[in-house]
Design a protein around this ligand. Structure first.
Ligand code: COA
Length: 260
């Protein structure tokens, strides 16, 4: 598939999807959101992809937010639709994806950019990264899940302060808050992400899918996460991966999982 606003490449079972509008600091316009959905969906289906990495093009930004020029003249109805469509098409879609998705936060991750990073399963940042939800400075609130996912990751009080002040935190503060899992130099960001992806890929793809479902169940209204865990746990016992994983352990060798 060819894209206008993003790049997608697959090497060693890792699909790297790069938002590629560096002159606009990779701001998410409608086309970019649609292309991101398509690229993520394609990678999720592909047997060649075991881990997806999302990052931004250029040295300055991961994604500096939703494209403000696209919604500046929206009314109430269109504003609501923008958030609903974006959440369904991209942010909830990524969060619930069966394939692990890592955000490589390589610069500004603001507004929709931080919301995109937070929808990924976890985040790794370069030391120059700056993160925030500055929407209230524009007279609006985060609309791509930011009011929900930020408190889940950093706690309610910190999220309240970040959102109310519209301020930015640096990578080390984000690490302290638990918003990102690791911080490294700009030059080493992708190799660190690949190293983590390599550790993930050694494990059972189907078991990882079950774990993602069970973990996410804790954050889904009306769903009992413990019950989801029991169901997903039980399902594992019917898989080839379970047979291979347990047999390999008992035979004192490394498991060789069949993959997707
Ligand atoms: N939407 C649309 N365009 C954006 C954008 C966004 N969210 N963020 C940056 N851009 C554009 C700028 O308009 C500028 O375009 P231009 O060269 O055609 O004028 C270009 O990207 C470069 O940005 P600029 O502001 O000149 O860079 P800077 O280094 O001075 O500042 C930021 C960087 C990130 C602090 C600043 O761009 C910014 O505050 N962006 C908006 C962040 C935001 O509020 N995001 C939440 C949106 S809901």
């Amino acid at each position: 598939m060819s894209y206008q606003n993003i790049l997608s490449t697959t090497t060693n079972s890792i699909t790297t999807i790069t938002v590629n509008r560096p002159k606009k600091l990779n701001a998410l316009n409608r086309g970019t959101i649609e292309e991101l959905h398509d690229a993520v969906a394609e990678a999720n289906k592909s047997k060649d992809t075991k881990v997806i990495v999302i990052t931004g093009s250029g040295e300055k930004a991961f994604v500096a937010g939703a494209d403000i020029s696209e919604f500046a003249d929206f009314d109430e109805k269109n504003g609501g639709k923008l958030a609903a469509k974006g959440q369904e098409l991209l942010f909830d879609f990524i969060e619930n994806l069966a394939t692990p998705v890592i955000a490589a936060v390589n610069g500004f991750a603001l507004g929709g950019g931080l919301e995109l990073a937070m929808a990924c399963h976890f985040r790794v940042a370069s030391v120059n990264a700056k993160m925030g939800l500055p929407e209230v400075s524009l007279g609006v609130i985060p609309g791509y899940g930011g009011t929900q996912r930020l408190p889940q990751l950093v706690g309610k009080g910190r999220a309240m302060e970040m959102i109310m002040t519209a301020g930015m935190i640096d990578a080390n503060q984000a690490l302290e808050y638990g918003l990102v899992n690791h911080v490294t130099t700009e030059g080493e960001l992708m190799s660190l992400v690949e190293k983590i992806a390599g550790k993930i890929m050694r494990n059972s793809t189907v078991a990882i899918q079950g774990a993602i479902k069970a973990i996410n169940a804790n954050y889904t209204d009306g769903v009992d996460g413990y019950k989801t865990e029991i169901k997903q746990f039980g399902k594992c016992f019917g898989t080839e991966d379970f047979k291979e994983g347990t047999t390999a352990f008992l035979e004192k060798r490394k498991a060789d999982f069949p993959g997707k």
